[in-house]
Design a protein around this ligand. Structure first.
Ligand code: HEC
Ligand code: HEC
Length: 242
């Protein structure tokens, strides 16, 4: 309804400006907004939501269309071309894990994402990554200060899946030296990461602890901008220290 009014308003003004006394009937055909989604089966829908939750789109683009970083491939073709077994290996074990901070790699997800969730992701990839209702992340707000932006980035880029809500940590990483993915809060964390530069540095450059099944910290250097890194850091500094 508001769209229709908006479309009519300039016409009404035009008629008024011409000083016409005739009654002008204007028929405006407002195109129905195209349905944003395709009807898909439940497993494909589940996969689309999992794709959103684990921030796959933040590296591979919305619906896996690419365009975020030249180092991250689009997924439309491979999703259909590869066997489910190969896709599972890629997701569980990661690809191209490297220590070059400017070149993002495909993280190791096997410890973080369940078999069932990977099955759903594969169904979604093999269906060609269709748009699915509710599985697209809304834009991050940048007009309410860096902390609000950081809270949203923490969820949007999937930090929360590995570091827990409020940076509490506790996600198992059994083959790593620490056995868990570290918290981003608490006295030990803030003792080690006692400057913005140190926090930003580790988010940008990540770490390579070893090969799958060890989960390493992805590099976000080629993905997050400097101001997004600052926003995440501003948010992390609001978390419990002690
Ligand atoms: C931090 C960025 C990042 C995130 C998050 C990410 N990927 Fe990737 N992914 C990559 C990069 C980089 C590659 C290419 C690795 C290479 O070939 O060196 C890749 C490769 C892939 C491939 C193989 C593509 C090909 O053409 O060989 C698949 C499939 C894939 N990712 C699926 C996913 C899924 C599913 C998720 C979410 C669970 C995900 N990715 C999350 C960065 C990312
Ligand atoms: C796939 C899981 C995963 C994701 C997603 C992830 N991290 Fe990490 N992160 C790790 C692991 C594992 C480490 C520990 C690395 C090490 O010990 O060298 C780590 C370390 C860190 C550290 C240093 C903490 C310490 O004690 O070493 C910070 C800060 C951090 N991550 C922030 C983030 C932010 C911000 C995001 C989202 C943009 C994010 N991480 C996403 C797995 C992840």
């Amino acid at each position: 309804m508001s769209r229709r009014l908006l479309a009519l308003a300039p016409l009404a003004l035009l008629v008024a400006a011409c000083g016409s006394t005739k009654t002008v009937t204007v028929t405006v055909t407002v195109a129905r907004p195209t349905p944003p989604t395709t009807k898909v089966n439940a497993l494909v829908a589940e996969g689309a939501h999992t794709f959103n939750q684990f921030a796959c789109a933040q590296c591979h683009g919305p619906n896996g269309a690419g365009g975020v970083s030249p180092a991250v491939p689009a997924l439309k073709i491979i999703g259909k071309a590869e066997t489910p077994a190969k896709l599972r290996t890629i997701i569980d074990h990661g690809v191209g894990v490297s220590s070059d901070p400017t070149r993002p790699y495909m993280p190791v997800w096997g410890q973080v994402i369940s078999k069932r969730q990977v099955t759903a992701l594969i169904a979604y990839l093999q269906a060609g990554l269709p748009a699915v209702s509710g599985a697209t992340a809304p834009a991050v707000q940048t007009d309410q200060g860096p902390i609000v932006e950081g809270v949203q980035l923490y969820v949007r880029y999937g930090c929360i899946n590995c570091h827990g809500p409020n940076g509490l940590g506790g996600v198992p990483n059994p083959s790593s030296p620490d056995k868990t993915i570290p918290p981003l809060s608490g006295a030990d964390f803030f003792k080690q990461f006692n400057t913005d530069a140190k926090i930003i540095g580790v988010i940008r450059s990540g770490s390579v602890l070893g090969h799958a099944p060890i989960v390493s910290m992805p590099h976000w250097g080629g993905i997050l901008t400097q101001s997004q890194l600052q926003a995440l850091t501003a948010y992390i500094k609001t978390l419990k220290n002690g």
